[in-house]
Write a protein that binds this ligand. Structure first.
Ligand code: TYD
Length: 216
């Protein structure tokens, strides 16, 4: 794949959106992206027009619509399948860079560790939905459950956020396990926004040096 695929993961309130918007300002002028390439910022669920419909049904469905756990899993997978084939792969093939707010690690953590759906089943589904695509680099913004709940106090929770502390604890443990298995870069989300952004920049510069060394 010619382009680069960067993913941000973490529990609700970990500050992915803030960090992605900082990155959007820095990356194009960082000297890391080859000339003529474009940065695409996207997210899951909802990175495509079809995905927007999935996002609404998943997170803010009408009161009488309650997705079952397995249905929820398949909807996240369907959103991802569309996202990968419509947006992510074509842009990476052109050599562009793609930054995504969440990817398949979220399904393993939320539906696997949180909802306790069989991990092998989720792994199989991941292969189908992603067509085997893996991020080049994944940042895990690690936040404690207490801090996540405190940051979101007073805000309207979506259907997943409303699951509460025990669920979120299981999801965080999931992220911890997957981060180790997949060599994700852990960044503590309990530091200032500026320090977190600095850590992310340094890791991207390091990754680039390593990639150049391997290609030399
Ligand atoms: P997100 O867009 O990060 O929430 P926000 O609107 O607060 O920024 O994520 C939406 C929710 O979807 C979040 O609670 C996690 C959940 N989710 C899953 O449960 N499984 C998945 O595969 C994905 C991508 C998200």
């Amino acid at each position: 794949m010619k382009g680069r695929f960067i993913v941000f993961e973490g529990i609700d309130g970990c500050g992915k959106t803030t960090q992605i918007s900082k990155l959007t300002k820095w990356l194009p002028s960082s000297g890391l992206m080859p000339e003529g390439t474009i940065l695409h910022i996207t997210r899951e669920p909802g990175g495509t027009e079809l995905g927007q419909a999935f996002r609404k049904l998943l997170l803010n469905p009408p009161k009488n619509i309650i997705p079952q756990d397995l249905t929820e899993l398949l909807m996240y997978a369907a959103d991802r399948a569309q996202h990968v084939s419509e947006l992510i792969l074509p842009n990476l093939e052109k050599g562009d860079w793609v930054v995504s707010d969440r990817f398949s690690g979220s399904t393993l953590s939320y539906q696997g560790y949180g909802r306790e759906i069989d991990l092998n089943l989720i792994n199989q589904l991941e292969k189908i939905a992603t067509q085997g695509l893996n991020p080049n680099i994944t940042f895990w913004l690690d936040l404690s459950v207490n801090e996540s709940l405190a940051r979101r106090k007073g805000f309207n929770n979506d259907r997943i956020e409303a699951e509460g502390a025990d669920f979120l604890q299981k999801v965080r443990c999931g992220f911890q396990t997957i981060a180790k298995q997949r060599n994700w870069i852990r960044v503590s989300a309990e530091q200032s926004k500026e320090i977190i952004a600095q850590n992310i920049k340094e890791e991207l510069l390091k990754f680039d040096l390593e990639a150049r060394r391997i290609n030399a």
